[in-house]
Design a protein around this ligand. Structure first.
Ligand code: PMP
Length: 440
């Protein structure tokens, strides 16, 4: 039997969706055009939302505007890559001066690629680094390197782990499009030391353990220090490499989250904001391991990529990290994120709305009953309320806040404190307005 609260949630959601359709005729029209060239009108699955996605046509500072002229505070933050906002003057100046004084596509090594690589090494405590175009590529090359270095094949990953477009492990299984699917062993729960160590010790031919220090796409679930150290130690015990995927989390502490937690990964993968808003990925770590990619050595691995060292990204990524996202700026932004998460928790106390994450990255969850322990996606399996999540998304849009439908907030540097206060207020009002359906 459907409960009264589910019935009212259904009615509220239908009404919100109807208002969304009425308020966004130009986004709807754009979607109808887009389906003529793109399957489902989409080229990035995450961005598809039913009944149609909002089409944004401008970003300025910390705001974005849609086709119908609505203005939103950008809390999507391009899933962490948009850290610098939409119009940072240093980024603008670097793009223009690179174009004017250096030019694009030199087809050669450049001084700039060394400068960028050196900064990445010193900031993230890596001995050597290589650049790529996406986080997916960074993980792909890190795994190939680990396999070459160990002469082994298998890789342990964790349920809820996301390591790129072709390396995704929802609900304990490799997604259908996973590359080299049969080489992955998926531990069914993140943060479970016993299960992880058993899997590491009992998997023959193990080349690497690949893990996020906080699961990002999996719901902003921080890994405990004990868990991450235990799997690092177990990997080393069996001669496998410990690869830390910091594509999202390197922004959570001045030298990356792994360093903050005292980890010593053999390889680290990165990307997102480190391209200063342009496509970027990187992987690096121990000198002996990275030496598998040294082209001076007979039998080394090739790591190709036309745009790996392109002049724009190596210049913009470098200037942005050096001059904008300084170590101090990093600490400050993450403190602001922690403060925001606490205030959000306060205004939603006693409701089905739950916040997770660390620093400037926040997960928003809707659960049917109080969750005391939330250490992995499995802890809330079967308790999630998609209807409330969708209702929240529609109503946050109406209030002027651009968040991801799945419930993820990534702060950007330019957002002012009073704007975040406005968001807290809007969330509090949502909880108040729908008390009958969100109260625990
Ligand atoms: N690893 C993690 C932890 C990520 O969050 C992502 C992107 N969401 C990737 C890898 C892949 O990065 P990209 O989208 O640049 O390929």
């Amino acid at each position: 039997m459907i409960s009264v609260s589910h019935e009212s949630a259904k009615a509220a959601l239908e009404a919100a969706e109807a208002r969304f359709i009425a308020n966004n005729p130009l986004s709807k029209k754009q979607h109808e055009l887009a389906v003529g060239a793109l399957p489902g009108g989409n080229t990035r699955t995450l961005l598809h939302t039913s009944p149609f996605p909002l089409t944004m046509n401008q970003g300025k500072g910390a705001h974005v505007w849609d086709e119908d002229g609505h203005k939103y505070l950008d809390l999507v933050g391009e899933l962490t890559a948009g850290l610098y906002g939409h119009s940072n003057p240093i980024i603008r100046e670097t793009m223009l001066s690179t174009f004017d004084n250096v030019g694009l596509s030199l087809g050669s090594t450049t001084v700039q690629e060394h400068k960028h690589a050196s900064l990445l090494c010193s900031r993230f405590k890596l001995k050597r680094v290589r650049m790529a175009n996406t986080g997916t590529e960074a993980n792909m090359h890190a795994l190939a390197g680990a396999r070459h270095y160990t002469s082994r094949r298998k890789v342990i990953v964790f349920s809820g782990g996301y390591h790129g477009a072709v390396f995704s492990f929802p609900n304990g299984k490799a997604a259908p499009n996973t590359v080299d699917k049969d080489d992955f062993v998926v531990v069914p729960r993140y943060n479970d030391i016993g299960l992880a160590v058993d899997a590491i010790r009992s998997t023959p031919d193990l080349a690497a353990v690949l893990v996020e220090p906080m699961q990002g796409a999996g719901g902003c679930i921080p890994g405990s220090k004990e868990f991450l150290h235990a799997i690092q130690d177990a990997a080393h015990e069996v001669g496998a490499l410990f690869i830390l995927d910091e594509v999202m989390t390197s922004r959570l502490a001045p030298h990356g989250l792994g360093f903050e937690l005292g980890l010593k990964p053999d390889l680290v993968t990165m990307g997102k904001y480190l391209g200063g808003g342009l496509a970027f990925g990187a992987f690096g770590g121990r000198e002996e391991v990275m030496a598998v990619y040294d082209p001076r050595v007979e039998g080394s691995l090739a790591h190709s990529g036309t745009f790996n060292n392109n002049t724009l990204v190596t210049s913009v990524g470098y200037e942005a990290l050096k001059r904008v996202f300084t170590e101090e700026a990093c600490v400050k932004l993450n403190e602001r994120g922690d403060g925001l998460r606490e205030r959000l928790k306060q205004v939603t106390k006693g409701t089905k709305i739950m916040f997770s994450g660390r620093g400037s990255l926040i997960g928003v969850h809707f659960v049917d009953e109080a969750v005391e322990v939330f250490t992995c996606g499995e802890d809330i399996q079967g308790k999630e309320r998609r209807d409330l999540r969708d209702l929240f998304w529609f109503e946050m849009l109406e209030a002027g806040y651009w968040t991801t439908r799945r419930g993820f907030v990534a702060l950007i540097l330019e957002t002012e404190e009073k704007e975040l206060e406005g968001f807290v207020e809007a969330v509090g009002k949502f909880a108040e307005r729908h008390r009958d359906i969100v109260a625990l």
